[in-house]
Design a protein around this ligand. Structure first.
Ligand code: ZN
Length: 622
């Protein structure tokens, strides 16, 4: 094998992708692309039957629809297979590019996939239109077959929004105009964010840098530097306040107008689409937010303790990603990669031997990329190949405690994919609200293991610091984003808002959530936060809050259920792609997500963790 031996030291080892493709320009890739093109041609054939039926799909009968049902089943099989063939080369290329951003064969492959992705999106559209538009009895006939039966949840869930559909020609017009409409505003913002520079004083010298680079400075332990970076970023964005206001008003205005147009007899709310996408009902969101509101004292205490650790009275908006101020930031001595794998495998194995075996298998198969390389992209992720269904974990392992936690997090995603690997594709796609369940669970058990082996209070402090950071981020920052966005949409329905009004709405949201814990609000957060400008997605905030509390709630069940926990946990993960979040919780956790109890139990667990943080702050900081 190439590379260093398995136990060479701190650094992680390289992954092996060769069981998927030998190379990005290998004949195997070529064959898959040819096969994909042939499938897309066949799909085009099936669409020749489907498309003419779409005009009057709402009134289609079983007799006149028989050809359509047959074509839809054919299209369904083709779409599922083409998706896999499109996915694997794409995943492979992006894996290669993560390790080496200049990998030319991978870049060429990405380029070759682009046109195919566009064609696929266009060719898959008639089937989804057909399944959303036809009457119930036609859908039942479509699902009454061994090849389509498994897709019931996906099809029925999609049909919950069918009352919003416009005429086919109108839908097509909206999609076409969107490219230079709502999506153009998103692109404008991206261009602005990518080119905007600011001036920050670093080591006594004023430096000009991009706002992303300046944002990186906010992860440094120097409090003054973090504050200067934050002020510099906001000064830069303030100069573009009018442009950002134009973009955010246009994006929200477009969506509000679409809601109005889609209210055919039944009014469509701006939260309907994000709730549907996350597979939760409005009552769940209301309950979640009201429990978060109740939990504000807990999270504010975490913020104030973090400020105290930095020997100041209040938490600043530049402290959101501040590292632990005392130690090395790594929780003491470096942990060799082998040992990290042992820690994760043992913690996972403590839940169930199969989970521990999964970690060992990932390491033995070399499905984890952990090297340190000059051309590697930052960050960590877990991905999976569509046909083999094998996961891959990507990260840069350098031996810090936070690296061990990242490894545990990404392996959690991998485990989630692994327990679903025998399910049909149509039952393996889940919403963002549920996506972090297994990863946060893995993170929590490994963090507890690291705490148990920490030899000094400082090492413990560094680990618990991250928990406090998460509590502040998820229980104060995320709800503030949500509250801003909701209040803004309500006001925008009346008229566009000026930059000053947007600042005021943001200031109010920050104050409502952070309260006295904060030294000052972040009035320009609406301009400097990319999430408000994602044109394909609104309210990219509450799913984080949901995911955080839901996964901690799952973890709390482990203590309550003991040996009975694991089978239920595994069954829950397996059902994530074929149930709403409420059904999932009712079936596997005996919990009603629309009621406060489940969420309150979680907050209580969190409170105990913040108590521990407080004791450590007292011990280490005084
Ligand atoms: Zn994750």
């Amino acid at each position: 094998m190439n590379g260093p031996s398995l136990d060479s030291g701190t650094e992680g080892i390289a992954w092996d992708l060769s069981d998927e493709y030998p190379a990005a320009d290998a004949p195997e890739v070529e064959r898959d692309l040819e096969r994909l093109d042939a499938l897309q041609d066949e799909l085009e054939e099936a669409n020749r039957v489907l498309v003419p039926l779409l005009e009057a799909a709402e009134t289609l009968g079983l007799d006149d629809g028989a050809d359509g049902i047959g074509a839809a089943r054919r299209a369904f099989a083709l779409v599922e297979e083409a998706r896999r063939l499109l996915s694997d080369p794409g995943v492979y290329a992006s894996c290669c590019l993560s390790v080496d951003g200049g990998d030319e064969a991978a870049l060429a492959l990405v380029g070759r996939l682009q046109a195919r992705e566009k064609r696929f999106a266009e060719l898959a559209e008639p089937l989804s239109q057909f399944l959303d538009r036809v009457p119930d009895r036609v859908v039942e006939a479509f699902l009454d077959d061994a090849t389509t039966r498994d897709a019931r949840f996906a099809v029925e869930h999609s049909r919950k929004r069918r009352h919003e559909l416009l005429d086919l020609s109108e839908e097509n017009l909206v999609t076409a105009l969107g490219q230079d409409g709502i999506h153009a505003w998103g692109r404008l913002y991206d261009r602005l964010a990518g080119t905007l520079v600011c001036e920050v004083e670093v080591d006594g010298e004023v430096r000009t840098m991009g706002v992303a680079q300046a944002a990186g400075l906010m992860q440094r332990p120097d409090d003054g530097l973090r504050e200067r970076a934050w002020r510099a970023i906001n000064t830069a964005w303030d100069a573009h306040g009018e442009s950002c206001a134009a973009a955010i008003n246009a994006i929200a205005g477009w969506r509000l107008e679409m809601c109005r147009k889609r209210s055919n007899g039944r009014s469509v709310h701006f939260l309907d689409a994000p709730l549907h996408m996350n597979r939760i009902v409005p009552e769940t969101l209301d309950t979640l937010l009201s429990v978060a509101r109740e939990a504000r004292p807990v999270a504010r205490r975490a913020a104030l303790l973090q400020a105290r650790a930095y020997r100041k009275a209040r938490y600043g908006p530049w402290d959101q990603r501040a590292p632990a101020p005392l130690g090395s930031g790594g929780g003491g001595a470096a942990i060799p990669y082998r040992e990290a794998l042992d820690i994760v495998a043992e913690s996972y194995g403590g839940v169930d031997p199969g989970m521990g075996a999964f970690v060992r298998m990932m390491a033995e198969n070399r499905w984890i990329e952990g090297t340190v390389g000059p051309r590697k992209q930052p960050g960590a992720y877990c991905t999976r190949f569509a046909r083999s269904r094998n996961p891959r974990v990507y990260m840069t392992y350098t031996g810090g405690a936070s690296d061990v936690i990242t490894l545990a997090h990404e392996l959690g995603h991998g485990y989630h994919a692994w327990v679903m690997r025998d399910l049909p594709d149509s039952q393996r796609r889940y919403g963002m609200s549920i996506a972090e369940t297994a990863s946060t669970f893995g993170e929590t058990i490994v963090r507890d293991a690291l705490l148990a082996r920490a030899e000094t209070p400082q090492a413990e402090f560094d680990i618990v610091w991250e928990e406090a950071t998460a509590a502040v981020a998820f229980l104060l920052n995320i709800p503030a984003r949500f509250e801003f966005e909701r209040n803004f949409y309500e006001a925008r329905a009346e008229r566009p808002r000026t930059p000053d009004e947007l600042k005021e709405t943001m200031r109010e949201a920050w104050t409502a959530w952070y309260g006295d814990s904060l030294s000052e609000p972040d009035p320009l957060f609406w301009a400097n936060k990319l999430h408000f400008y994602i044109s394909g997605l609104s309210f990219y905030n509450f799913p984080y809050l949901f995911g955080y509390l839901f996964s901690l709630g799952v973890h709390a069940r482990r203590e309550a259920l003991g040996d009975a926990f694991f089978p239920r946990y595994e069954a829950l993960l397996r059902d994530t792609g074929r149930m709403t979040a409420e059904d999932l919780a009712a079936k596997h956790l005996d919990a009603d997500l629309t009621r406060a109890d489940f969420w309150r139990d979680t907050v209580r667990v969190l409170e105990a963790r913040i108590d521990r943080f407080e004791a450590l702050v007292e011990r280490c900081v005084g």
